[in-house]
Design a protein around this ligand. Sequence first.
Ligand SMILES: [Zn+2]
Length: 71
Amino acid sequence: MPRYDFRCRSCGATFELSRPMAQANDPAACPQGHQDTVKLLSTVAVTGAASGGAPQQAASGGGCCGGGCCG
Ligand SMILES: [Zn+2]
């Protein structure tokens, strides 16, 4: 269940609620009981992905002499 951050404009408290996405925009009362709250942008915790990837291997050689086209 996603969590949403709210801030109370009455007392300035910030709090977090877990609620279904369908209720994301429903009003939330602050822990102190105030109704004047705003939803904050949710902070997405992203753990750093390790930078991977195979090392590039330079394609060497080539040329056209293999097939006898240089003749
Ligand atoms: Zn409050």
